[in-house]
Design a binder for this molecule. Structure first.
Ligand SMILES: Nc1nc2c(ncn2[C@@H]2O[C@H](COP(=O)(O)OP(=O)(O)OP(=O)(O)O)[C@@H](O)[C@H]2O)c(=O)[nH]1
Ligand SMILES: [Mg+2]
Length: 689
């Protein structure tokens, strides 16, 4: 196989639209399997992990491959749940075509938008598949209209269903100008008939629109068209292929994956019109000195390959999924990883069909596969020729939208947990963990609660440790509302040398977000300048633990303007203590309040859920800042206290039947309402006792 004969196809889209079953149908059509598995029986090629079978959703990207019309097609089935969006971004980073699957009942969903957007930013060639056309109440034309409205007029209908609904078996194909009639036995084969008379008018109109869209994207054809010269089918097909490969036209195709109506023809179109890696621009990266370098997808180039995903399998260890971008990756070779500055011996290469692995001696550029037992290489690392080092452009992963505190169930497991968390982060860079010294908790964060649950499950299964998740503490702050001053004379006379430090300190509120300011207003050396840093240090120490809730004090200015010292007894220590105590006393008089972190939250939901979601934002003490339409969605921009955002992504999912999505970002600190402050103070004083 040369690179032109390979198609790397990512199957992407909203949750539950039928991506895994579409892959299943394609594998069956290509003779890879004897029969199609089902989600309900948990026996699909792609969803083979225990948790996938149990929960009946995809969690992990799977790789499969088949041969079609003398081409090799690599299928990369991705999860649709937003919790696993990192998997999708990884896959979309390396494939050449994105098959965006849309449910014929629900149409465009937040997941459709997300993958469209990512594909658009990365210049990925895209084909839409409207699936589940065997269901009642579908409206193919309306969905195509919505797609064009949301994603532009270059979305074009290349097929339409002849008899959608139960019994669906006919697709009118605007390339072949035929009705394709699919076998009822689920084999995926089809025969051709003339376009039936009852849809002839619809066909004529659709075909004209289809032709015109292609012609618009090709100057030569355009010239011919306006001067009424004939355009051959061959010319039209060539122009279509060029436009699809170069991301200028986005065909819409039909399927009922479950009954295997359509997938075979989708494969035809992917092979005949879809991009191979050689159609894409050269890939970029940086060399050892940080200079921009590029690689052509050609056999003669130095080898480069990107690890876009890692999984860990019992009895096997780490499996790294890769795409080779240039040159050839060979078993027995030594490759270089610039990120870890290490050399790895390639002992085994695989091609995969779900969990089934087959050894292969080499993987050519433009092809994909897997490596086992790399020691120092992780997701997003590049493997390359040592003589031509390159770190390819990395997959950019989204910021976390959920956080939780993680605790060991059994004492003494902390080291094992730390090790496990680190390994899980290297596998899945959208999962983060750190120990928060302020909150004294291990905080884990990611793209959703389900992702965090899976982490807990993996820690148990692979690292044999029990952990629990709970609501994490909130990093509250304290500040003051009034100016106050206090003079503290710290004096101790013990046997030998005594202690003496005397400071008069004034504190003032500062603007929110402006931080701490220390002012030295001592005149005439009443406190010698050598002790001033100790006073500041004492104040800063006192600010670490405010009096109300033990939280950090922020946005205060502290000014020392008077005091005294003792020739023998004064010391840094004495002034530090005096400074800290003076500050604490000032705080008591300065109308201290508790501040809480407020997050800026963007919530995207289909319009029908807007009322529910807005009501819920209000009940979370949120402030709605604005609303706008974005395609089919309403975007609500709000500010919500972090304390009210625990498990928000799950709540939003259940409020919107999985059709809402949110982003969050820290905004600022704000005073807590009085009742919240009282509760926090009560909790702190009982904790103190
Ligand atoms: N009627 C009908 N049901 C389908 C079709 N394709 C898939 N389904 C069903 O839809 C459900 C979800 O299918 P999956 O293939 O798991 O969907 P998915 O997009 O892979 O889901 P995630 O990976 O979890 O996002 C299953 O119950 C399938 O049997 C179809 O063409 N017609
Ligand atoms: Mg799936």
């Amino acid at each position: 196989m040369t690179v032109e004969d390979i198609r790397n196809v990512g199957i992407v889209g909203h949750g539950g639209v039928g991506k895994t079953i579409l892959a299943e149908a394609m594998l069956h059509s290509a003779g890879i399997t004897n029969r199609m598995g089902t989600i309900e029986d948990g026996n699909t090629v792609s969803d083979f992990h225990g948790q996938e079978v149990e929960r009946q959703i995809s969690i992990s990207t799977s790789m499969m491959h088949l041969s079609w019309l003398k081409h090799k097609v690599n299928l990369v089935d991705t999860p649709g749940y937003m919790d696993f969006i990192g998997e999708v971004y990884g896959a979309m980073h390396v494939v050449d075509t994105g098959l965006i699957v849309v449910d014929a009942n629900s149409g465009i969903d937040v997941g459709t938008e997300v993958v469209w957007q990512y594909g658009k930013e990365h210049d990925l060639s895209k084909i839409f598949v409207i699936n589940k056309l065997d269901k009642e109440n579908t409206n193919f034309d309306k969905i195509v209209e919505d797609l064009r409205e949301s994603f532009g007029p270059d979305v074009i209908k290349v097929q339409f269903p002849y008899n959608p609904g139960p019994g669906f078996d006919g697709i009118v194909d605007l390339i072949r100008c035929k009705l394709l009639r699919f076998a009822k036995d689920g084999s995926g084969t089809f025969t051709q008939e003339d376009v039936p008379a009852d849809v002839k008018d619809i066909f004529d109109e659709a075909r004209l629109q289809f032709m015109e869209s292609i012609i618009e994207h090709d100057e030569d054809l355009m010239t011919k068209y306006v001067s009424d010269e004939p355009i051959s089918e061959e010319e039209l097909k060539k122009a279509l292929s060029h436009a699809v490969k170069h991301n200028e036209i986005y065909p819409v195709l039909c399927a009922s994956a479950k009954t295997n109506v359509g997938p075979a023809r989708i494969l035809d179109i992917v092979v005949n019109y879809g991009a191979s890696a050689s159609d894409l621009p050269d890939v970029h990266g940086t060399d050892g000195d940080g200079n921009d370098v590029s690689r052509k997808c050609a056999a003669g180039e130095p080898m480069s390959a990107l690890i876009f995903k890692t999984i860990s399998e019992p009895h096997v260890g780490e499996i790294s999924f890769i795409k080779v971008y240039s040159g050839t990756l060979k078993v027995g070779s030594d490759v270089y990883n610039a990120a870890s500055d290490s050399t790895e011996r390639i002992s085994t290469l695989f091609v995969l069909n779900g969990k089934e692995r087959k050894d292969t001696p080499q993987i050519e550029c433009g092809d994909m596969g897997a490596i086992i037992k790399l020691r120092n290489s992780h997701t997003n690392d590049t493997l390359c020729d040592r003589s031509a080092p390159i770190a390819l452009t990395k997959i950019s992963f989204p910021e976390p939208v959920t956080r939780a505190a993680l605790h060991a169930v059994n004492k003494g497991d902390e080291d094992k947990i730390g090790f496990g968390l680190h390994a899980l982060h290297q596998e899945d860079p959208t999962f983060h963990h750190y120990y928060d010294g302020e909150l004294k908790q291990t905080i884990v964060s990611g793209q959703g609660e389900l992702q965090l649950d899976i982490v807990v499950h993996r820690l148990k299964k692979r690292f044999n440790v029990d952990v629990e998740l709970s609501e994490p503490k909130i990093p509250y702050r304290e500040t003051i509302t009034k100016t106050a001053d206090f003079r503290r004379k710290y004096k101790k006379q013990t046997g030998g040398r005594g202690q003496y430090g005397d400071v008069h300190v004034e504190i003032k509120p500062r603007e929110r977000g402006s931080g701490f300011e220390f002012i030295d207003n001592i005149v005439g050396g009443v406190v010698p300048s050598k002790y001033i840093p100790a006073v500041e240090k004492g104040i800063r120490q006192a600010m670490e633990e405010g009096a109300l809730t033990g939280s950090k004090v922020i946005d205060v200015s502290a000014r020392i303007f008077d005091g005294s010292y003792h020739n023998v007894d004064s010391s840094d220590m004495a002034f530090q203590i005096a400074g800290a105590q003076a500050f604490k006393e000032c705080m008591r008089k300065a109308g201290a309040i508790v501040l809480e972190p407020i997050y800026k939250v963007d919530i995207r939901v289909p319009e029908e859920y807007m009322g529910t979601v807005m009501g819920d934002v209000n009940s979370r003490r949120g402030k709605v800042l604005g609303m706008e339409m974005a395609g089919k969605f309403q975007v609500i921009r709000a500010e919500i206290p972090l304390a009210e955002l625990y498990k928000y992504s799950s709540m939003l999912r259940s409020m919107t039947q999985g059709r809402g999505r949110h982003h969050r970002e820290f905004s600022h600190y704000e005073p807590t309402p009085r009742d919240v402050q009282s509760k926090l103070m009560a909790a702190y004083s009982s904790e103190d006792e």
